[in-house]
Structure formats: C-alpha cells, structure tokens
Design a protein around this ligand. Structure first.
Ligand SMILES: NC(=O)c1ccc[n+]([C@@H]2O[C@H](COP(=O)([O-])OP(=O)(O)OC[C@H]3O[C@@H](n4cnc5c(N)ncnc54)[C@H](OP(=O)(O)O)[C@@H]3O)[C@@H](O)[C@H]2O)c1
Length: 236
C-alpha cells in the first residue's frame, strides 16, 4: 500500500510529550490531528506548534465514549481513515510517593484506569476495524517503565497498575492483528521533563517523543506486541 502521508491521531496533544509527537509526525509530512480534552486547548496548541505541514485539531476526552465516537465519525467523514493512533493521554493521580497497599483508594485506581487503560481501549476499538480492513495501521500505547513486571512496587501504585494493564492490552491487541499489517506496540519515553515527569527528569521532551514516533512509523513487517524505548526492546 503506497500512501505518501498517513493520517495520525494523537491523544493528549495539547502539551508535554503528546504535543511534541504531533510536531515530529507533522514534520515527517503526515496529516496530524492534535487532540485535547478542551477544544480551545487543542486549537491553541495546534496553532502554536511549528511544523512542516499544518496541524489539525479536534476535541477528545478519552474517558468520554461520546467524544471518542464523535472523533471517529469526524475522521472517517474527513479523511476516510486513520492510519496511526497514538494513545498518549494519561493521568498520574498518586499523591504520595509510596502508600501502603492497604491504604490504596479504589476510586482513584478506577479514575486512573479510566484514563490510562479504558481510554486507549476505546480508541483502539474506534480505529482498529478500519486499519484491519485497509491492511495498514500503527498503534502506539505510550507506557512507562513503571508498568514493567520487573518494576512492580507500591510507589505510584495507581499509575503503575494502569501501565501494567496497558502493556497487557498491547500484547492482546497485537496478537489479533499481526497478519493484517497492523503493528501494535507499547513505548516507554523514559523520564521526561513535562508536567507529569517534573523538572528534575533526565530527558527532554524531544527525546521522549522520538521513540514514540519511531514506533508510529515502523515499516511493514516491523515488530509488534513489544515494549520499546528509543527503538530498543525492553523486557515486559
Ligand atoms: N513524563 C514522564 O516522565 C513520563 C514517563 C513515562 C511515561 N510517560 C507517559 O507519557 C505520556 C505523556 O506524558 P506527559 O509527561 O506528556 O504528561 P503530561 O504533561 O501530564 O500530559 C498529559 C496529557 O494527557 C492529557 N489527558 C489527561 N487526561 C485526559 C483525558 N481524559 N482525555 C484526553 N487527554 C487527557 C492531558 O490533558 P490536559 O492538559 O487537559 O490535562 C495532557 O495533554 C503519558 O502516557 C505518560 O504516562 C511519561
């Protein structure tokens, strides 16, 4: 299938890593739809981001099923397809660095799962069928080292559990799509200087975003169902 530029949707594109992913994908010549839960934030970020091609914008709250379906319908009406899905949006609701497991609040875990696991699932359900029909798709679930099996401990437990589950979702979806040229991977950006990562983080936003863009633009026959950082495989 030869298409010079793909249509890419990025969740949580108004700031941080998501916004930089939008810029890098647009610089590669792709049509990028920068989404944010606030319509005005999406418009402002798209307008302010300098890229080779125009960035489009759309409202998307990943926890709102109506918002996801509206995005899907508008994308299909406007472009007839979405080729690349970046599940970037996420929340980190852990308030203390380390809480004993007995003190975990299930309602905070629920809110975290809603954004970090069920949101990506809804978006995959919205766009995967079209990708499978067309025989082309790239899905990147932005994960974290904190969700790796080898890194499980109670520090940041809500977030950790959500990324562990997102890694599991990545493997399950990938197992279903391998023969259709739809590559589904998880990417850890490392510790990045954003609102979530904080100013002490070791990596720039550009560095964090580039490994996500790498997975979003894998050639046909590329890897699927794996966890990467900077294009290198990490164990689960
Ligand atoms: N920074 C790090 O060190 C680090 C490390 C490992 C993994 N990650 C992962 O990298 C990704 C990006 O993180 P970041 O550091 O750029 O975080 P960030 O600066 O906190 O940005 C998070 C983005 O997600 C959006 N978002 C949150 N809930 C949403 C919802 N319900 N619907 C739509 N958008 C929503 C936010 O929108 P609002 O502006 O509306 O809040 C914001 O655009 C996340 O998946 C994160 O888990 C980050």
């Amino acid at each position: 299938m030869v298409i010079s530029a793909y249509v890419a949707v990025v969740s949580g594109g108004n700031r941080g890593i998501g916004r930089e992913v939008c810029r890098q994908l647009a610089d590669l010549g792709h049509t990028v739809i920068l989404t944010a839960r606030s319509e005005s934030a999406a418009k402002e970020a798209a307008g302010q981001t300098q890229a080779q091609t125009r960035l489009l914008h759309h409202q998307l709250d990943v926890t709102d099923p109506v918002s996801v379906i509206t995005l899907r319908d508008d994308m299909l009406a406007q472009f007839g397809r979405v080729d690349i899905l970046i599940n970037n949006a996420a929340v980190y609701l852990d308030k203390t660095a380390r809480s004993p497991l007995r003190d975990l609040d299930p309602s905070i875990l629920e809110a975290t799962m809603k954004a970090n696991l069920i949101g990506p699932l809804r978006l995959i359900q919205a766009f995967l069928p079209g990708m499978l029909d067309r025989g082309y798709g790239r899905i990147v679930n932005v994960s974290s080292d904190m969700g790796r099996m080898t890194e499980l401990n109670p520090a940041g437990a809500y977030y950790r559990l959500s990324k562990l589950a997102l890694n599991g979702l990545t493997r399950m979806v990938a197992a279903d799509t391998a023969s259709n040229n739809v590559l589904v991977n998880a990417v850890s950006p490392g510790w990045v200087r954003t609102e979530m990562g904080g100013s002490a983080a070791t990596r720039s936003i550009e560095e964090g975003a580039s490994g996500i863009v790498w997975a979003a633009t894998l050639p046909d026959g590329g890897p699927s169902g794996l966890l990467f950082r900077d294009g290198k495989e990490l164990g689960w």
